[in-house]
Design a binder for this molecule. Sequence first.
Ligand code: ARG
Length: 471
Amino acid sequence: MKLWGGRFESETAADLAGFQNSLSFDQRLWRQDIRASIAHARMLGNQGIIPPEDAGKIIRGLESIAVDLETGRLAFPAGEAAVQLEDVHTAIEGWLVERIGEAGKRLHTARSRNDQVQVDTRLFLKDAIAGPDGVDAAVAGLQRVLVQVAERDGELLMPGYTHLQRAQPILLGHHLLAYFWMLQRDRERLADCLRRADACPLGSGALAGVPYPVDREAVARELGFARITENSLDTVADRDYLIEALADLAIIMMHLSRLVEELVLWSSAEFGFVELADAYATGSSIMPQKKNPDGAELIRGKSGRVFGQLVALLAVCKGLPLAYNKDLQEDKEALFDGLDTVRGSLRVMASMLATSRFRGERMEAAARDGFLNATDLADYLVRRGVPFRQAHGIVGQLVRYCLEKGCRLEELSLDELARFAPEGAVAEDVYAALDLRNVVAARKSPGATGDEPFRQQLAAARRLLEDKAGG
Ligand code: ARG
């Protein structure tokens, strides 16, 4: 059933009909479309805009369509039949009229597909982010794995890096929890996006509002929106909430991409810090010895894809005059693909990390080479009265001395350690200061890698996960 044939003399050209058809992808909105139509019909009946009996028939008709779609008794057509149907709104309204006849034709009173598609998409987004299978739950799932691995292997020593050069020793758990907090911000951003999206568009009509005594608040309440939108033109033209959502998804992917990059590096023979489970690695068709981190690399690659969807939607909206333009139909594939890609990536990421084996001996060996305790030797001298800048210079000379000798700082004799320092600045306790475990433990400031602040951080992370589950 075409919704708009009346003023046309000829049929739509087949190529344009195919080109503008959105049913193949917007059918994913069917649950939201039916829910919103039910709320709309109920309001129309209550307000006396359509006969209450017709509203009842519409609601029952829509409910039966929902049941049939859910159970597979009814399915969206593909191919030529789909082209005739145009979009999900047309398909459902057509089925309704087939089922209940004349009354079905009253559903679209005081409504346009322009406000209808907006209510569908907002409902869909809320569920896709905050629902049981939503992005937020998937992010929390990965946070949980990070906390579990940090609890299990967190005390392992490893080199911390700047410029990808070994810098100072840290705990593996501290490194892993860095990602926990990134993901925590991601969840806050998603919640913030939903707060702004939480306004009901219905009643905005095609662009100017509707000349019927609609009760927008009642519809908003029934659909679980916090409020109604304020300006009908803005409402049908606005895709900010989808751009925000895609920006948030892009940031999640950027975080995942950093994490998988470390897995790729760490699983190389050069690092050897981690071994991926066989189930989360793949082989080579030519090199029998290979074990490749394809899953990690794909997540890194797919981040580019989600960034692309964000830029695509920004570009679609740029320069569009008010109010609705069909360009806006391009929002849905970008959104769906972004959501699917992020959820898929988060799931694989969580399993891949949970099943990885961290090689403590390799990480610790790397932390022992490369003078990672050099800063702490300088700090030792500072405690013995040497100004930091001078201490830095002394330790620099000692490092060069060690490089020539081919040894570590802690392998030097007390005489050698004292050679470049002021009289009496170096004593026997210097060896304790150089011990890597002590170097880590000494970092007691809040948020530091030291055992104590690390335990507090772990407890705070665990609490956050529990809070969210409870509330
Ligand atoms: N399929 C359309 C979309 O996604 C629905 C709105 C159509 N409105 C219109 N005036 N053609 O944007």
